[in-house]
Design a protein around this ligand. Structure first.
Ligand code: HSE
Length: 441
């Protein structure tokens, strides 16, 4: 087996177990696709004696990453599947320094420590592969980095968090309360160890930062990406959206500025937020834990990628693709050319999202009395924001009570819209802070 690619797995949870299972059960298929055997040599775990799936050979288990894995000259690749950004970072940097390639599914780590990790990889002349870090089983990293390489990407719109999409689908289609839908997503193994990262938009922001690095060369730290999750989403807004013909999806978006300035870099705005999409929009029809990404390229036009975005099998599928690419030697060649997370200037800078134009859904809780709608309309008009539709359900005749009022605007600059919302919130007839979401075309 001297020709084999030696592999050490670090972490044997949902995804680690899946990767081990494929490596052990599909040896021949993998060897044939890779041109050489993929040999699983060690599995690093925290507890040696914890019950494991029956196919995991006990003799492969170790708790000693530094003493066993890094000292084994026949380990060529470390697959990091522990998650988090502290221990995982140390393992990845140590693996690279010891001359091992790294495969990781850790989007938080890449988003937070990308420059450090990729610089360490270049120094060690080793490769970092991360197909599994974004959108689970969808080969979006290869699509952006290789298949669309001749294009300048102009926009990306993605459903990048399977847990949030599962929750939104369960709330909209089955009327499930938020907590119950989240529990189901956790039971299916879609959620992060800390599910706050899924539902507050952080996980999607990490993935967007990775896509933005490949598509635009910008180094976006998590703090650079404005984000809003689905944890504050009210079922009332799902219902109003439905009534208006829309579905709410948590979208991670990257928009390049439409007008290219005569000189200087182009701006790209990155943000994550719930967005109202028309029921007919293909992204609106992506259900459950599935992810989807629409990518706009200047040569190809619009392409759409859809598939399972979380869970054992899909993530393992992407990890295995990286291992095969390393065994073949493809990954090393692409990695050397791509110079990811270096400061290579590709002509883009991060734009504040206030510059993005959108239509908006605005829900207010207002006193049901004369002049209220007129006051709100006046503020919108003063900000040159035109109203496209208004929904207020008939209230009892005694008047004066609080009622929800939904306004849909025409296109407006986000900055102007936010100024208008600040003024609307100050009206004495507006009883609660405005709730607003942007809307697809
Ligand atoms: N927690 C992630 C999700 C898993 O729900 O999409 C894959 O990154």
């Amino acid at each position: 087996m001297s020709d084999a690619l030696g592999i050490a797995l670090v972490g044997c949870g949902t995804v680690g177990g899946g990767v081990a299972e494929v490596l052990l059960r599909h040896r021949e298929r993998l060897a044939q696709r890779a041109g050489r055997p993929l040999q699983l040599r060690h599995i690093v775990v925290r507890h040696l004696h914890k019950p494991r799936e029956p196919f995991i050979p006990r003799e492969l288990l170790t708790t000693d990453f530094y003493g066993v894995v890094l000292q084994d000259p026949n380990v060529h690749v470390v697959v990091e599947l522990v998650g988090g950004t502290t221990v995982a970072r140390e393992f990845v940097l140590a693996a690279l320094a010891a001359g091992k390639h790294v495969v990781t599914a850790n989007k938080a780590l890449l988003a937070e420590a990308g420059p450090e990790i990729f610089e360490a990889a270049r120094r060690a002349e080793r490769t970092v592969c991360f197909e599994a870090a974004v959108a689970g089983g969808i080969p979006i990293i290869r699509a952006l980095g290789e298949s669309l390489a001749a294009n300048q990407i102009t926009a990306i719109q993605g459903i990048l968090n399977g847990t949030s999409n599962y929750i939104l689908t369960a709330m909209a289609e089955r009327g499930l309360p938020y907590e119950e839908a989240l529990r189901e997503a956790q039971q299916h193994g879609y959620a992060e160890a800390d599910p706050t990262l899924d539902v507050d938009g952080s996980d999607a922001a990490h993935k967007l930062a990775i896509l933005a690095q490949i598509a635009f060369g910008v180094i976006a730290r998590p703090a650079d990406i404005t984000r809003q999750g689905i944890d504050q989403l009210h079922p009332m807004d799902i219902r109003f959206a439905h009534e208006l013909g829309y579905t709410i999806k948590l979208l991670a978006e990257a928009w390049t500025r439409n007008t290219t300035p005569p000189e200087g870099p182009r701006g790209v705005a990155l943000h994550v937020a719930p967005v109202l999409l028309r029921h007919t929009d293909l992204l609106a029809q992506v259900r459950g834990a599935h992810n989807a990404i629409a990518v706009y390229g200047d040569i190809v036009g619009e392409t759409l990628y859809q598939g399972p975005g979380a869970g054992r099998g899909p993530t393992a599928s992407s990890v295995l693709a990286d291992l095969i690419d390393l065994a073949v030697g493809r990954a090393q060649r692409t990695f050397a050319v791509a110079r990811l997370w270096s400061n290579t200037d590709r002509g883009f800078v991060l734009d504040p999202p206030e510059q993005v134009h959108s239509r908006f859904y605005l829900r207010l809780l207002v006193a049901d009395k004369p002049g209220v709608l007129a006051d709100i309309a006046r503020i919108l008009a003063q900000h040159t924001i035109s109203i496209s539709s208004v929904v207020q359900h008939e209230a009892p005749e005694n008047g004066g009570q609080l009622v929800p009022l939904v306004i849909v605007t025409h296109y407006a600059a986000t900055g102007y819209f936010l100024d208008a919302v600040t003024q609307i919130n100050r009206l004495s007839t507006v009883a609660a802070p405005a709730v607003y979401y942007s809307m697809g075309d």
